[in-house]
Design a protein. Structure first.
Length: 328
């Protein structure tokens, strides 16, 4: 079973369930008024805890996996970079840790923008807090383009699990975990190139399989048949065609008429680029600006599935624990 914090439209959860080979969402938590409408439409049988800062965690159903895509506004390069400790929105990470300490899930999956691993971005705080809570962790940066999307959208994904005591009763420290208050060292250019090459190879070999897994999770929630569309993409044809081949669906036209008659960005187009079936969010009666905002804060499920699959391999290599066939 999976519990979800800062759920959004559920992209992270779909990807995590696909990586684990299935499972169900026990509860979610998001108090954004427009997101609540999306969750009510797409996850009608899943209770929404709302503002989890006000939740008594001792009353919440235990879960095997906890997913956390906490707000990035004060971490992102597009924001004011206040970070976790000074930010009022990204600072909800502190409340997340309280929930982890009570629920003690078998796995915690954290997702945020690439800037989380920059200097003062907050990755050191996340890793340090998890260590103090008794969790070991591994993390990786994965781009949406690694699974075939026409956009980069790099994100940091982290997998944490309860630390294993050694013979003396002390928690075993893993080499990937950082001490609280220290920033992770940046990769060298050579390491970055090898990192990108590895993910590119992994994506080309597994994109179709991951898409099938993601679609299976989506079908468990909502069965949809997207309408066909045809657009001349010109210079972008190769990347658009690549994504159409991965998803098996035509990419919608990128614009719609605005209130003044001119073309504006189409939410249906963004919805498809985020790896969602047609209407997953756009069938919910929201303003276009709210649809785009929610989509912009979301996660490509295929990207999350790839990232968590690789992190589970890392977990298995470190702990020698089996992960195949483990459903959330």
């Amino acid at each position: 079973m999976l519990g979800s914090l800062c759920t959004g439209y559920g992209g992270l959860d779909i990807g995590v369930l696909a990586a684990f080979g299935g499972g169900r969402i026990a509860w979610c938590a998001d108090h954004d008024a427009q997101v609540e409408e999306v969750l009510a439409a797409r996850l009608p049988d899943v209770p929404n805890l709302g503002d989890f800062r006000l939740v008594d965690w001792t009353t919440v159903e235990q879960v095997d996996v906890l997913t956390v895509g906490f707000p990035c506004q004060e971490i992102s390069a597009a924001g004011r970079r206040k970070g976790i400790e000074k930010g009022t929105r990204s600072g909800v990470w502190i409340d997340v840790v309280e929930g982890i300490c009570v629920l003690r899930p078998q796995f915690v999956v954290v997702e945020n923008v690439a800037a989380l691993r920059w200097r003062n971005g907050g990755l050191h705080r996340v890793l340090g807090d998890l260590a103090e809570a008794g969790y070991d962790a591994v993390w990786r940066s994965v781009r949406a383009s690694d699974v075939g999307t026409p956009h980069r959208r790099e994100r940091v994904f982290l997998l944490a699990w309860p630390a294993v005591p050694d013979a003396a009763g002390a928690r075993r420290r893993q080499p990937r975990r950082r001490r609280s208050g220290t920033a992770p060292r940046p990769r060298s250019s050579g390491e970055s190139a090898r990192h990108r090459q590895r993910h590119a190879c992994s994506a080309s070999a597994s994109a179709t399989r991951l898409h099938a897994q993601v679609d299976a999770v989506i079908r468990d929630n909502s069965s949809r048949t997207p309408p066909p569309s045809h657009t001349n993409w010109r210079a972008f044809s190769h990347v658009v065609t690549r994504w159409e081949n991965v998803t098996g669906r035509a990419v919608p036209h990128p614009t719609v008429p605005g209130v003044h008659g001119g073309p504006v960005l189409s939410p249906a187009f963004v919805e498809h680029l985020m790896g969602l079936p047609a209407g997953w969010l756009t069938d919910v009666p929201l303003l276009r600006v709210d649809q785009l905002r929610i989509l912009g804060n979301g996660v490509v499920p295929h990207q999350a599935a790839l990232a968590v699959s690789v992190l589970l391999d890392d977990f298995q290599a470190i702990t020698h624990a089996p992960t195949q066939g483990r459903a959330a």
